[in-house]
Design a protein. Structure first.
Length: 323
């Protein structure tokens, strides 16, 4: 078996900024003659000499740059268009006000800034009042407890001021726990977590997870059913939504299915059939999935780098099994 490509996941933006991924290619002697070296190519020079500016993020820019010179298919979460999509979801759920929690550290990220801008613009289109609230950054000294307590206290204040038809979103994953609890207790509207996973709810709503695993595969139907059951007890059906399946699971399953179709001649041998990928992801997720190519600030499109988002699952009576 010959290794043709080595892909390194930075795991975080800081790592992407400070750890030159091309160090892996400098070790080409560790691989056999089938190793594809990018040394002395534009992608090598650009990523070693400087990072391209991007109105989204350095990681997205760097990843797109690498894939501009390859044909390696890549899937990523479309965090940008979530800005407008979640406001459209809020409108469907009857929201009259949309509260967007963040703080300076996150807002300094161009991707978050643009997401918030799109959310604000979509609120204007939908006739929804947009309210930005600066939360407390949990990474500050002694900030974790204070940040969570701020959310627990601020949500009821917002609901008292704007009413229960207020939808909430927070850019920080650590603050999803108090946000879900506060929104449910106040009877407001919860759209999604910052990383769009239904795995938020079992912990935050104290669900009984003894039967959640079937072998080693998470039983998503059980999680959805139990979440809906608890929400019904709080009279919150139709007031809470999420993406139906974690994107990591969607990407893994879809990538395998797509690869099989390519091997069987049912998918193009060159490039990526975005429509086919959307169909496969939609079948797996149970809700419509959308894929679009990454476009940088100069308008350059990267057809092999697809950004994906899922349509929403709104917890309702139909999701409760066994009743």
């Amino acid at each position: 078996m010959k290794i043709k490509t080595l892909i390194i996941d930075y795991t975080s933006v800081p790592n992407a900024e400070y750890i030159p991924y091309m160090m892996s290619y400098d070790s080409s002697d560790l691989f056999n003659d089938a190793f594809i070296s990018l040394v002395n190519t534009p992608v090598y020079a650009a990523t070693n000499d400087s990072f391209l500016p991007s109105k989204y993020s350095r990681r997205e820019s760097d990843m797109a740059l690498r894939h501009k010179y390859t044909t390696i298919p890549m899937l990523g979460v479309d965090d940008l268009t979530v800005g407008s999509a979640m406001v459209q979801q809020a409108q469907k759920m009857g929201a009259k006000t949309f509260v967007y929690y963040s703080f300076p550290r996150h807002m300094s990220d161009p991707l978050v800034f643009e997401q918030q801008k799109l959310a604000n613009e979509e609120c204007s289109k939908q006739g929804i009042k947009f309210v930005y609230v600066e939360a407390i950054d949990p990474i500050k000294k002694d900030g974790e407890d204070i940040a969570q307590q701020f959310i627990l206290e601020n949500v009821p204040k917002m609901v008292k001021k704007y009413g229960k038809d207020t939808a909430f979103f927070c850019t920080n994953s650590f603050l999803q726990d108090p946000l879900i609890k506060a929104v449910v207790n106040a009877g407001a509207i919860y759209l999604q977590s910052s990383y769009t996973s239904l795995y938020d709810f079992p912990t935050y709503l104290n669900l009984d997870m003894n039967d959640v695993y079937d072998s080693s595969i998470p039983n998503l139907e059980y999680i959805i059913s139990e979440t809906a059951r608890v929400l019904k007890e709080h009279d919150m059906l139709g007031r809470v939504s999420t993406w139906p399946v974690p994107t990591s699971m969607v990407f893994t399953n879809t990538a395998v299915e797509y690869a099989v179709k390519r091997l069987n001649g049912e998918a193009p041998q060159e490039g990526i059939d975005a429509a086919l990928l959307e169909e496969l992801m939609t079948d797996y997720a149970g809700e419509q999935c959308f894929a679009r190519p990454y476009v940088d600030e100069d308008g350059v499109e990267y057809p092999n780098y697809l950004l994906v988002r899922e349509d929403y699952l709104t917890f309702g009576e139909e999701h409760i099994k066994g009743d």
